[in-house]
Design a protein around this ligand. Structure first.
Ligand code: HEM
Length: 174
C-alpha cells in the first residue's frame, strides 16, 4: 500500500518541483496528496500516544465527567487518532482521510498528534516544516522498499514515544 502512495507522491514531486531544484515550503500548497500522506503517516505513526501528563489546576467539568482539582490526566492521543467515529478507516493507512472529493487537502478535527490547547507542542510548526522538506527531498531522489523477500514490519518500541524497531530499507535512486 505505502509503495503505491510513494509512487503517487513522487509523481506529484516530479510535476510540481521537478528534479533541478530541492522542494521548498511554498510547494506544499500545490502538493495536496503529499501533504495528505504526511498527515496520514503522523496519524498512524502516533509517536506520542499517551501525550504528556497534565494536572487539573481547578475542579473541572468535561461533558458528563467531573475532574477534581489535582487529578493527574494522561490524554490518550492514540484513542483520538484511531477513533472509529472520526476516521473512515482508522486501522488502515489511507491518505484519503485528508483529501476531499476534488483531491484538495482537508483538515480533520481529530488530527491531534501535537496535542491541543495552551500546552500543545511548541515545535509543531518547525516539525511540520521539517517533515515536509525531509520527506519530499528524500522521495525526490530515492525510492524506498523492504529488502527482497522481507515484509516491512509495523512493530514498535514503546517508551515516552513510540519508535520503530530497527529494520532494513533499500534506497534506490529515483
Ligand atoms: C513530529 C514531531 C513532534 C510531535 C508529534 C510532537 C508532539 C508533542 C506533544 C504531544 C506534546 C505534549 C503537548 C501537551 O502537553 O499537551 C509536545 C510538547 C512539546 N513539544 Fe513537541 N512534538 C514534535 C516535535 C517537536 C519539536 C521539533 C520541538 C522543538 C523544536 C518540540 C517542542 C515541544 C515543547 C517545548 C513542548 C512542551 C510544550 C509545553 O508544555 O508548553 N516538539 N510535543
Amino acid at each position: 500500500m505505502f509503495s503505491l502512495c510513494a509512487e503517487k507522491v513522487q509523481a506529484e514531486i516530479d510535476a510540481v518541483v521537478g528534479s533541478s531544484r530541492l522542494p521548498s515550503l511554498t510547494d506544499r500548497e500545490n502538493m495536496p496528496y503529499t501533504d495528505a500522506v504526511i498527515h496520514e503517516i503522523q496519524r498512524m505513526g502516533n509517536i506520542v500516544p499517551l501525550n504528556v501528563a497534565h494536572v487539573a489546576n481547578k475542579d473541572t467539568t468535561v461533558d458528563k465527567y467531573t475532574i477534581p482539582k489535582g487529578t493527574m490526566i494522561l490524554p490518550a492521543l492514540h484513542s483520538v487518532l484511531n477513533d472509529k467515529t472520526m476516521w473512515e478507516t482508522p486501522d488502515s493507512f489511507n491518505p484519503q482521510h485528508f483529501l476531499d472529493q476534488d483531491g484538495k487537502f482537508r483538515r480533520r478535527e481529530a488530527f491531534i498528534p501535537f496535542s491541543m490547547g495552551k500546552r500543545s507542542c511548541l515545535g509543531e510548526q518547525l516539525a511540520r516544516m521539517e517533515l515536509f522538506l525531509f520527506f519530499t527531498s528524500l522521495l525526490q531522489r530515492f525510492s524506498f522498499s523492504a529488502p527482497a523477500g522481507e515484509q516491512p514490519s509495523l512493530e514498535f518500541k514503546l517508551g515516552v514515544t513510540r519508535s520503530p524497531k530497527p529494520y532494513l530499507l533499500c534506497a534506490v535512486p529515483h
